[in-house]
Design a binder for this molecule. Sequence first.
Ligand code: AMP
Ligand code: MG
Length: 406
Amino acid sequence: MALTPLSQALPQILATIQSSPDTETVTLADASGRYAAEAVRSSMAVPPADNSAMDGYAVRAQDVPGDLVVSQRIPAGQAPVSLAPGTAARIFTGAEIPAGADAVILQEDAEPLSESVRLPAAREGQHIRRRGSDIQAGDQLIATGRCLQPQDIGLLASVGINEIEVYRPLRVAMLTTGDELREPGSDGLEPGEIFNSNRFSLAAQVRALGMSVTDLGNYPDEPELIGEALERAAATSDCVITAGGVSVGEEDHVRGQIELRGTLSLWKLAIKPGKPLAFGDVAGTPIFGLPGNPVSAWITFALVAKPWLIRRQGGSAEPLPRFPVQADFQMPRPGGREEFLRVRLSGSGTAMRASLTGSQSSGVLSSVSEADAVAVIPPDTTVKEGDWVEVIPLWALLSPAFGQAH
Ligand code: AMP
Ligand code: MG
């Protein structure tokens, strides 16, 4: 079976999404990290009125320079009266500009006299924040599908909105497979055993998207038990995610059980780590069968399952950001697959460099934990030290706001 580039496989996997997502209304306190289910427009201008950017004196520019009587005092929050011609108003940051005034003079530039204040010349409009200079009535603030960021929450609040319609979090059911797996917390391993890590790293990745996890635990390599678990998982979730049991070994039963109880398309992705990936449905519920090797599971979740889950929930994530840095490593032999190397970044600006964090084996989690980015090396490419390579920062790879790599 030929290997499929990720850039071809992912659009096909995403194209299977048909169901329309559910929505709910939340208050701003619960809206951060959620995907907007409505486009939001402002019904008002921000600022709602011209106001002072500084502490000082509001004047008519044509009245200065000169000594002016102070005819009113305007703290923030107080409505001013019209400025009497030939006078100044004492004004503070954020206070509304009185009608008739067209400039603010800094208090540092003013010299208070006994009956008046001596003011220098002023340019019309100086230190005035204009009505609507931030937002005009009718402006769109939030697009449907946007993953709401803290600053978006502030923006909504600034126009007086306190709730927003968002998509309901998906319910993701998860299980791992393997006779060799023991749960962390149990003491000691028998010969041949290892601790189950995928169950925890994958659940954490799902939760980082704001989705809920039903954790069905680990199942031994027995077809019936795995099959029944898949059906239980499918019955209570929007999507099932498994790890392990999808390669072509005799003990790899996830694949067979998906085929038996639903439909299966098996992908051999042209990416490293992470070749085999099962996608399909069990009893109508979509399922991702991720590879068992911990780094393969971690990266195929991030590159394939994550964009799918976001879109299925209703979100529209931005493409993953990539930027060029210089390699502090070499890759003398070209690989046939697109490689995602675990790297640590150093330096800044155009002098940024990427060095490998250690073994790139698909079972080695320590080098993932030490990485802050993955370098994306196209197939059939060699890398010399000093060559420019593209990196995707891990904060974006794992973030609910970013989706596809291509
Ligand atoms: P499999 O795809 O089931 O053949 O597993 C491939 C490799 O990943 C084997 O070395 C497994 O022991 C390992 N592996 C599978 N599942 C897990 C898991 N949940 N946690 C840690 N290692 C795993
Ligand atoms: Mg296995």
